[in-house]
Write a protein that binds this ligand. Structure first.
Ligand SMILES: Cc1cc2nc3c(=O)[nH]c(=O)nc-3n(C[C@H](O)[C@H](O)[C@H](O)COP(=O)(O)OP(=O)(O)OC[C@H]3O[C@@H](n4cnc5c(N)ncnc54)[C@H](O)[C@@H]3O)c2cc1C
Ligand code: SF4
Ligand code: SF4
Ligand code: SF4
Length: 365
């Protein structure tokens, strides 16, 4: 058994990066817990937007997005609401060309759409996911109830609306700029040829410079020569690429996706085994049903995984996300709640086992 078996939590684009890391590298990622995600925001622009409401990030206890508004639950217990039509201008550019709501390449997807308050919607996608959810129900970590047809129809409708709106944005953007690569339906052979020709310069021109980068940090993690750095805005290079390396381009969630990992846009929530409404029997501090916190608690306490890669908040900058690798349940509990901005989630993996990345990119299987 491997020394490190890691559970990763992330948005659909981050989970696609995790899937590509599993596919192309000898990564320690074992379980993928995917979040639903309609859109995400720039931290810097969010801070500026709050100033228009005489607020600071530090005033906020919790964010919630529903029914066309961003609800800010303040530490004073008041609620301020910002119409999404206003918050639209601080949405990250890459989110407007994203055609996935429910983390379709995860083992288990979790969100709130369709479920009552304090419950979560959970999609089981893989056998591994099914085993984990059944175990967590049996051991009384979570309880579940059926997801009704009307709940399912609502989830499906919202997923379809995201896909169709953003496919239109893709068409509009492609009219002016380069093709959005991850939307190309290519065969594995032609993807293989593209990857073998590519290096960081291609990642820069086809993803980063056209506003498609999701800032996940998979390229930085996978670079066997350690010459990519990521700041708050984009990945940069600090050296020369050897001719035979294509790792960053291969693992990026916004370049070509191999057939096995590709979404089928005719299925709005992707392939799945079962959808349930679930609630935690152990934790209450989370964003919705505290299911992510509880499933990680289950995975760590049963030693199914050795660590979890979670997204916590910076101490010195309120609500600024940063990634943390931990095996301490207290860390997992304190990381509960949704941070509506991004950080390079794979950064902590770099310190873990640098040797394992030497074999990156051996071709599309
Ligand atoms: C940017 C964003 C947009 C979302 N949009 C929707 C939506 O439109 N509809 C919907 O139903 N659900 C959405 N979600 C998911 C929802 O907000 C909850 O995360 C989900 O329902 C799980 O709730 P929980 O109580 O089980 O999680 P908790 O037990 O509170 O755990 C939350 C986990 O999420 C992780 N996390 C928090 N912020 C981030 C982040 N920025 N990036 C990666 N991981 C993070 C933390 O590591 C933590 O472990 C979104 C999440 C994010 C991050
Ligand atoms: S690209 Fe944006 S909308 Fe799409 S999954 Fe990532 S954060 Fe969410
Ligand atoms: S060395 Fe390889 S992984 Fe690193 S930047 Fe260059 S092409 Fe990308
Ligand atoms: S360029 Fe790097 S940080 Fe940006 S989406 Fe691709 S892998 Fe992630």
């Amino acid at each position: 058994m491997r020394e490190h078996r890691i559970a990763v939590v992330g948005t659909p684009c981050e989970i696609m990066a995790a899937s590509k890391l599993q596919y192309f590298t000898d990564s320690p990622i074992d379980v993928k817990l995917g979040l639903f995600c309609m859109e995400n925001f720039s931290y810097k622009y969010f801070v500026n937007l709050l100033k228009e409401y005489d607020l600071k990030m530090d005033d906020i206890e919790k964010f919630r997005i529903e029914k066309g508004f961003v609800f800010l639950l303040l530490k004073t217990k008041e609620t301020v609401k910002i119409p999404l039509s206003v918050a639209k201008r601080i949405i990250r550019k890459n989110c407007n060309i994203c055609v996935e709501l429910t983390s379709e390449s995860s083992d288990i997807s979790i969100g709130s759409i369709g479920s009552e308050d304090a419950w979560s919607t959970l999609i089981i996608r893989t056998e591994k996911g099914e085993e984990i959810v059944n175990g967590a129900i049996e051991d009384r970590f979570i309880e579940s109830k059926e997801f009704t047809d009307s709940q399912f129809n609502l989830l499906n409708r919202i997923a379809e609306s995201k896909i169709s709106k953003n496919l239109e944005n893709i068409e509009r953007r492609e009219f002016l700029a380069r093709p959005v690569l991850y939307q190309r339906e290519k065969t594995d052979d032609s993807i293989d040829n593209e990857f073998k020709e590519a290096s960081f310069l291609d990642l820069r021109s086809n993803v980063i410079d056209v506003g498609a980068c999701v800032l996940c940090g998979a390229c930085e993690y996978a670079c066997p020569h350690d010459i990519i750095t990521i700041d708050d805005t984009k990945p940069r290079i600090k050296g020369e690429c050897p001719d035979d390396c294509h790792a960053c381009f291969a693992v990026c969630p916004r370049t070509f996706i191999p057939e096995d990992l590709r979404n089928d846009n005719s299925k709005a929530i992707g392939d799945f085994k079962k959808v349930l409404s679930v609630k935690s029997l152990k934790h209450t501090q989370g964003q919705d049903g505290s299911i992510v916190t509880t499933l990680i608690d289950y995975l760590l306490s049963k030693e199914i995984v050795t660590e979890a890669l979670i997204v916590d908040k910076e101490d010195h900058l309120a609500w600024k996300p940063y990634a943390k690798l931990t095996n301490a349940i207290d860390d997992v509990i304190s990381s509960g709640g949704t941070k509506y901005s991004v950080c390079p989630v794979f950064k902590p993996l770099r310190d873990l086992e640098e040797d394992s990345l030497q074999n990156v990119y051996e071709g599309v299987k």
